[in-house]
Design a protein around this ligand. Structure first.
Ligand code: NAD
Length: 288
């Protein structure tokens, strides 16, 4: 069986088109969604990511503000910047790009972001709201995975879904989303201490790989006809971008699969834009 490729790039383009239309409609009401990205230091990958977010928000007609701080910024200084952005009426969404330099405490900074502006969904309050089944913002990467599953025609209700990885960025929030009423999946979270990863993957209708380990998921670990979503972004020996899934092998077994690049990646930034739009609506008196 040759798996259908789930095209994240095409899906992201369609979602962005819809967001742009909604931003235009808001502009008619005098509202421009505003996103602020704070970057500390000059980590090359972080600079690329923040640049992508900046371009995406400008392309969609949003206000984009980049706050670039030197690597020796103190915790107090960073917290003051977040406080200013919390109070800034023009800003609907705030993200602090990770990783931060070692002397800074990312958890403390995330806790200070106003939950109404927490478009990256990393504030423990936001994560807690999701965990108790009353979500505000969805974390961007798992939110993208939900849309990719929908695109693949997966009926999540009753489906057995194995998520490989239990991070607060991907695995954990995704499990909480998929078990919300309305999504109703039966979720298994596998992690580095899981005894037989192949076994828990083989019993799934959907495998989501988010471990950050090249080639971790091989064809023998996937049930025939399963859908496979590859969140992993790893660098190969030659520097090229690869996922956690042995794409060629698994494509022979799965019914549908996301490629890397061109799968989950384009959806992550897109869902940040979606969250910023939702934040703008909610803050300016729209739906909560
Ligand atoms: P993380 O390092 O915080 O978490 C990795 C998780 O995988 C851990 O819970 C760990 O227990 C589990 N794990 C590690 N080795 C394992 C193994 N051998 N078997 C089973 N589980 C194992 O990473 P993260 O931030 O969640 O990111 C995971 C991957 O997803 C990385 O490659 C990251 O670059 C990628 N990522 C991609 C996007 C995107 O937009 N495409 C966004 C976020 C993360």
């Amino acid at each position: 069986m040759a798996a259908r490729i789930i095209d994240g790039k095409a899906l992201a383009a369609r979602v962005r088109e819809r967001i742009a239309e909604e931003v235009t409609a808001l502009a008619d009401e005098g509202v421009t969604p505003g996103l602020a990205a704070v970057i500390v230091g000059d980590d090359p990958a972080s600079t690329v990511y923040v640049g992508m977010k900046h371009r995406a928000s400008e392309q969609l007609g949003m206000l984009s503000r980049q706050v670039e701080l030197p690597a020796d910024t103190s915790q107090d200084e960073l917290e003051s910047v977040v406080a200013e952005l919390n109070a800034d009426e023009a800003i609907d969404g705030i993200l602090v790009q990770l990783p931060l330099p070692d002397h800074l405490d990312p958890g403390r900074v995330q806790e200070l972001i106003d939950p109404a502006k927490d478009v990256d969904a990393l504030n423990p309050y936001t994560a807690g709201r999701l965990a108790v089944g009353d979500p505000t913002f969805f974390s961007c990467t798992p939110y993208g995975v939900l849309l990719l599953l929908e695109e693949a025609g997966v009926e999540t209700a009753g489906a057995r879904i194995t998520i490989v990885g239990r991070s607060n960025l991907v695995g954990r929030p995704l499990a909480n989303m998929l078990t919300l009423k309305g999504h109703d999946a039966t979720v298994t979270i596998a992690h580095s201490r899981t005894r037989d990863l192949g076994e828990v993957c083989r019993e799934a209708d959907v495998v989501v790989a988010a471990a950050g380990r090249t080639g971790l998921i091989t064809a023998d670990m996937v049930a025939p006809g399963a859908v496979v979503i590859d969140v992993g972004t790893n660098r190969d020996d030659d520097g090229s971008l690869v996922g956690d899934v042995d794409f060629d092998g698994v494509s022979e077994v799965a019914s549908a699969i996301t490629p890397v690049p061109g799968g989950v990646g384009p959806m992550t930034v897109t869902m940040l834009m979606q969250n910023t739009l939702e934040a703008a609506r909610a803050r300016r008196g729209g739906r909560a």
